[in-house]
Design a protein. Structure first.
Length: 320
């Protein structure tokens, strides 16, 4: 069945995920949807020093929002901040240095952030694709630690702050690659079998879709969404998928095109007219499973994922 999923996904990708797919979809966009003044609203963007995160942060800053840039590398973050300020004239950008593969560091940051700032919109953009099995200092597989557990902890830790906001939103940048994966709770840290970084990443992205759906059910006053940016020409794609980038580079979306739906979900009033918990591509909700792909999971598997993540989360909270 995996060959079927992969082939259907790739054909779909060539048609929809490339620059041509964006140009076709964007003919139906309403430009007024994102022509918003968001002065006075506070946005937190992870992985904001490059790629889709930086493009999103820039467009929010251009619209007057206060933007918290959460990045792993302080020097790169400060460079990105300077470029965004110079480009937009918005001085309301703050840099926070956090390694999102380190759960204790996330908890420490989030507890401090809650005491010092307000927050209206959380954008979980940071991610990694490590192509060999690498463990963090806590013994966690690095892709899982960053993409799944890091996203879970940061969101869970900031939910009390978001609960205080009017029109609170959480947007998670996933990937259409998750369509080739069925949730696998038996090996969350990819310790058995042959390690394939691309498939581990896709599994993490499937997990993010499940998280979003579950959060939407549990927190009715916050609008949750998860999205696929398409195949964009970003530093992460160039470094993690060099063969794919070499073959596809002339067809890839720009970073701004990849960030368009993130921005729409973050600022548009149209986005929150749609139900919470949906998966988006090019400003439209789309299915989370390919036809006949057998990627649906029983509710008990999804519940188990949430239980495991909560247990790990609390373990590292007490350690922090």
């Amino acid at each position: 069945m995996s060959w079927y999923r992969n082939s259907v996904w790739f054909v779909k990708g060539l048609r929809e995920y490339t620059r041509g797919g964006y140009e076709s979809a964007s003919k139906h966009f309403n430009p007024a949807d994102v022509e918003m003044d968001v002065s006075g609203r506070s946005f937190l963007v992870t992985g904001a020093n490059s790629g889709i995160g930086k493009a999103t942060a820039k467009e929010i800053a251009r619209r007057g929002g206060t933007v918290h840039l959460v990045c792993r590398n302080k020097e790169r973050a400060e460079v990105a901040k300077g470029e965004i300020v110079a480009d937009t004239g918005n001085q309301n950008l703050l840099v926070h240095v956090v390694d999102l593969s380190n759960p204790r560091e996330i908890w420490t940051f989030a507890e401090k952030f809650k005491n010092e700032h307000k927050l209206d919109v959380l954008i979980n953009n940071a991610g990694c694709m490590v192509n060999s099995r690498e463990l963090t200092e806590d013994g966690l597989e690095k892709n899982f630690a960053t993409n799944t557990l890091g996203t879970y902890i940061l969101t869970a830790a900031l939910l009390p702050l978001l609960d205080k906001a009017d029109d609170a939103r959480v947007i998670t940048v996933s990937s259409g690659g998750m369509l080739v994966q069925k949730l696998n709770i038996s090996d969350l840290q990819s310790g058995s079998g042959t390690f394939d970084g691309t498939m581990v990443y896709a599994q993490n992205k499937r997990q993010q879709v499940v998280l979003t759906e579950r959060w939407a059910e549990a927190h009715r006053n916050i609008h949750f969404s998860v999205m696929h940016p398409g195949w964009a020409d970003t530093p992460a794609v160039r470094s993690s998928m060099p063969d794919f980038h070499r073959r596809m580079k002339n067809m890839l979306r720009t970073e701004a095109q990849g960030a368009d739906t993130v921005l729409w979900l973050a600022v548009s009033s149209e986005a929150t007219k749609l139900p919470s918990g949906l998966f988006f591509q090019d400003r439209q909700p789309v299915p989370t499973h390919l036809p006949l792909a057998s990627t649906r999971s029983p509710p008990e598997d999804e519940e188990k994922l949430m239980e495991v993540l909560e247990e790990l989360s609390q373990k590292f909270k007490s350690a922090s």
